[in-house]
Ligand binder design. Sequence first.
Ligand SMILES: [Zn+2]
Length: 386
Amino acid sequence: MNETGSGARETSFLKKKFSEHYSRSLPVPPALAQRELGFGWEKKIDYRHKAFASPGEFRSFMVSEAPLFVSYSTAYYEFPGARPMEKKGYLGSDVVFDIDIQHTEEPHAHNSLICPACIERAKEDALRLAEDFLCSDFGFSQKEVSVNYSGSKGFHLHVLSDAVRQLPASARAQLADYVAAQGLDAARLVTGAGDKTREKGAAREAIRGPGSKSRGWGKKIFDYCAGFVSGASLESFKEAGLTRKEAERIVSEKEFVLKKMREGNWDAVAGLDKLWKKAVADAVAAEKVVVDRSVTIDQARLIRLPDSIHGDTGLVAKKCDLKRFNPLTDAVAFPEGLARVRAEEDLFVPILGKAIEVRANVPTDVPLAAAVLLLCKKKAVLVQEY
Ligand SMILES: [Zn+2]
């Protein structure tokens, strides 16, 4: 714990605020007595192998120690506080997916403190992971999937189901690889497409692909490619490498082409074969969800406790309904109050629907939520608390 030296005042202020928050609102892991807990004040996990027999005991710890980071085991143990790991008595574990990548392919005014655009993008991925993979392809019910904001850039999806608890690491790896399209052989799903060895005029088999009744990746690729054909103009077909004559024919016979595609025939008129290699690759790139594979596989993993505060932001790792969730409002732990801070550079904090500005070296009163975020990020010092 950093109680002396630089940052001591800020750390003790944050601890006081976190403690107040936990005395008002305590997150408790499901099956607390079977979970290993880990806590951090300096790092994300300064120590682990901690166990609590009851919510009351956990509450006392949280309020008195006010850790800046709280993690719990995805695993259930007979003796969660025992060490080394072998003595814990592993009973199974939840399956967790961690979406935490920075998307840089779409340029935007990125805010390195906290970026609404990047979080929005992660939220879209989390929603697709929940709906198109966990519920649709894997068959989990919505009740079995608990979603929470990470408190920083990403989202965590916890599958809390008896059906997954005993899965070995190899099966967990398969789940992670499936959603990330790792090892997906898309060419097998659209046969004959992009075959460069085909000689002009030589006899060839019709291209077969997934249809409207396909499932899994086949259905995702079908939907994407049919959507492309449906929405494409003459110009976009030409840009995709078709001659004007081929493009005109597809445009004029679009309904026929789409009807045949629904039946699994991706070769209804000449020129279509030129589309599929790129369209299928685009489909996979658009539909896959990049997850941190190690989080899903590792059965001894500690992960941020849902509804605890993330010590890098002061935002709550809030359980949420992705369709109506705005982290920079809904996950704010300290929606009221002010504090005066000073930063060494011009900073901009988009929080609580406001654009909070702090000018370099100008002590500034800001909403407590913005002050906490800047102190957590070590981007400002505390001048005055109110
Ligand atoms: Zn960004």
